[in-house]
Design a protein around this ligand. Structure first.
Ligand SMILES: [Zn+2]
Length: 79
């Protein structure tokens, strides 16, 4: 049995993915890459995006609040 990634003969238990059979070292590399993508770039981007969205929502709510207040009491909060 050979590794589909590095084409070396697999010694010990092979690491099987959905489509390929890998040696232990390639399987570990693949795991590391997957974990890095999941916990690094993607989640970081998702969190950043979520934070950006919530801050945007906060801003819009503030603006609506101000508009409503100025509508109810024109010039009330001004100088
Ligand atoms: Zn390999």
């Amino acid at each position: 049995m050979r590794c589909d990634q590095c084409d070396r003969k697999i010694t010990g238990p092979p690491v099987k993915t959905a489509t390929r059979t890998l040696c232990r070292s390639c399987g570990d590399t693949l795991d590391g890459l997957t974990a890095g993508v999941l916990s690094g770039a993607d989640v970081g981007g998702a969190v950043a995006t979520a934070g950006w969205y919530s801050s945007l929502r906060e801003r819009r709510r503030e603006k609506q609040e101000q508009r409503r207040m100025s509508g109810e009491a024109p010039g009330g909060t001004g100088s």
